[in-house]
Write a protein that binds this ligand. Structure first.
Ligand code: GDP
Ligand code: MN
Length: 394
């Protein structure tokens, strides 16, 4: 689950990381009021940032500075009228603008290969890390936290040296690096990214001071771990959620959109992946990964069908059910029901084996469904049907 920058900043702040203050506004007038407060508290300018769950807001014009309440209102109004990568901006973050001396990248991911939290740092801050990884992979430095001991200070110092940080910033960097790892662990995050982590200049009683601050924050939470964090569920941004994802979650269906034209409905994650492989081998491309889970009843089958058909790229549907706990006749009834209601006519090939397969076969025959005995046959038929529907390519 992705969460907005403002919420990610709350999580970082709760772990003791240096995050500048902020407010969230849904209207330009509210943004003006927030700006007024920060300016009155001593900020030279305010920063106004689109809150959308995509990166590259800066490049898209969704991060702007303003020097007065009136300008803040005008800028916020403009950002609130924008779409960034197709997503309408519904709220903005307002905060005191930092004076940036230098930007760095610092992020942690759960690395499946090493089965550890890996911390990455780069002196190429502010740029999307994917771009750095492509153009200059050697500019990204990594250390892995020990599963029991966590991130050790010397590891964090090594990262700091690698990105050219020294002197007074070293201690801050170590604290921030450890805080990011702590954030990963505290909330079962898949990703915690601070980009930019910046050296900022502030004027204090003794002149200018420079320190590190987290100017942006991105946190992705592990959906499977959310039951352990009921308080984090409320950070889900329903404004931005794909309705298909919400429906899939409601029915306990694992559903991931892909680019192909063959909609797949399968029970079991392993079988779903096998089915996708066989669709590929038959010359087609799956439109989705979909696991209806064990013991799916007719209503879940109907919901899965709606999800598949909501994708306009789908030209054929392949249903592959291996009945164990799931009863074949239940699935067949669900399919018959779903087809009766579907708004779009799409060829469907059904393979059901296992528990109550005979009853399923009888129901499907009576309803004139196209069936297949083996998975290879089902995949071949589905690919052929999709080809016919598109006049060539599947
Ligand atoms: P992103 O583009 O979605 O990653 O949004 P960021 O929050 O990272 O902002 C993009 C860029 O805007 C940063 O890399 C900074 O250069 C700039 N920026 C963000 N916050 C501030 C700020 O407080 N002061 C100044 N001067 N620039 C900022
Ligand atoms: Mn950023």
């Amino acid at each position: 689950m992705k969460i907005q920058e403002a919420d990610a900043k709350s999580l970082l702040a709760a772990q003791g990381l240096p995050v500048p203050p902020w407010a969230v506004a849904r209207t330009a007038v509210d943004a003006r009021a927030a700006a007024e407060r920060f300016l009155a508290a001593g900020a030279g300018r305010v920063v106004i940032k689109a809150q959308v769950l995509v990166g590259g807001r800066g490049k898209a014009g969704g991060v702007r500075l303003a020097g007065s309440p009136a300008e803040a209102e005008e800028v916020a109004g403009r950002i609130l009228g924008m779409q960034i990568k197709g997503i309408p901006v519904r709220k903005v973050l307002v905060g005191p603008a930092a004076v940036i001396v230098k930007e760095f990248y610092l992020g942690a991911i759960l690395d499946r290969a090493s089965r550890r939290i890996v911390l990455m740092a780069s002196a190429e801050g502010g740029v999307e890390i994917e771009e750095v990884a492509k153009a200059t992979p050697e500019a990204i430095h990594r250390v892995a936290a020990h599963p029991l001991l966590g991130l050790l200070d010397w590891q964090a110092r090594e990262l700091a040296f690698a990105v050219g940080l020294a002197g007074p910033h070293l201690r801050d960097f170590v604290r921030i690096a450890r805080g990011i790892v702590a954030t990963m662990r505290a909330y079962d995050a898949d990703l915690v990214e601070v980009n930019p982590l910046a050296i900022i200049r502030e004027s204090g009683p003794e002149g200018h001071v420079e320190r590190l601050a987290c100017l942006d924050a991105k946190v992705t939470l592990d959906d499977s771990a959310l039951p352990r964090h009921p308080d984090l569920e409320k950070l889900r941004d329903l404004d931005e959620e794909d309705p298909a994802d919400a429906e899939a979650r409601h029915y306990d269906i694992s559903f991931i959109h892909l680019d192909g034209s063959i909609g797949c409905m399968v029970n079991g994650a392993g079988l779903a992946m096998t089915t996708m492989d066989l669709v590929n081998r038959a010359g087609g491309a799956p439109a989705n990964f979909l696991d209806i889970g064990g013991g799916a009843k007719a209503d879940r089958v109907s919901a899965a069908m709606r999800l598949i058909l909501a994708d306009p790229k789908v030209r054929a549907i392949l249903v592959n059910i291996f009945g164990g706990i799931t009863r074949g006749d239940e699935v067949a009834r669900g399919l018959i029901d779903a087809r009766a209601r579907q708004e779009r006519e799409v060829p469907m090939v059904v393979r059901i084996v296992g528990t109550n397969a005979e009853e399923a076969a009888r129901l499907l025959r009576e309803a004139a469904f196209e069936t297949a005995a083996t998975l290879d046959e089902a995949a071949a038929k589905a690919v052929a049907a999709a080809r016919q529907a598109t006049g060539g390519a599947a």
